[in-house]
Design a protein around this ligand. Sequence first.
Ligand SMILES: [Zn+2]
Length: 328
Amino acid sequence: MSLNHRQLAWCSRMAQNTRRQPNPHRLIVQTTSERRQSVGWISTLQVSALIISSAYGAMGIAQDLPTRRAVPGGVEIIQLGKHTTTAPTVSSGSIPVLVTRTADQWVAILGIPLSTPPGPASVQVDDATTHRTISYQITTKAYPTQALTVSPKHVDLSADDLARYEREHIEMESALATFSSTAPRRFRLASPAPGTRSHSFGSRRTFNGQPRNPHTGMDITAPVGEPVRAAADGVVILTGDYFFNGNTVIVDHGQGFLTLYCHLQDTSVTTGDAVQSNQLVGHAGATGRATGPHLHFSVMLNQAWVDPALFLNKTTTRTNAHRHRMSR
Ligand SMILES: [Zn+2]
């Protein structure tokens, strides 16, 4: 874990809050001034890392928030300060960012687009009286490349298919820009299907030798007809049959936190339906640009596709073993 000034500042505040009470981590919750007098066998970095670990545990959030990974396609968690009556408003450029409440902090859960170059970045934070900029650092992540072979009609589009794709693209982008006011209750997601998860999110891809956009989701092995279930409570904001995605369901979990389920054989919900975690949304298939039956599962924050693995509890994953059978 890399540390920056903002996180260290937050750690100091947490330390001051917790040191009033007996704490088994007494050594690691000392204030900055105490730390200067600390014994020499433990470095400041080690102390800080331990404080972060202790603080997250004390806040009871480690099980719920997504895994923080400030890379392209990853998630940054930005501490915004102690609770005020009204949540601060956070934006990345012109795009609103999810803000949630932990035990004693407001935090922003920020998706970092795959196309963002590594380096310094920032968000804008507004509350009732102040406007401020909070900086964060995006580190490098190397994604693999994949060469896939699909039906030629999904690579060299006919005029009709191109027109269809352009219509669908507008409809899809409109749905993906949804930012409802309701805050998600949880960030850890249920697995939408029980199969083996690929680890191909972010892969740079060629289809029939032609470069295309990187892979924006996780492929999960699933035979035709396998039940596909909502990863969390939410509202269905789009269903339909799309040229590339095939039969698709998008669920809004609140404040730009969306999940998408593609290549379905059929859908079991319609736009406007409220769904609960683990509720059936459709069945797996191979519709759209897929080389075989599987579920393509994507997660979006502030209009950025982010790695679903950061939201799912760990299970067996594999790298590219299924790349010839699963694609989108
Ligand atoms: Zn996929």
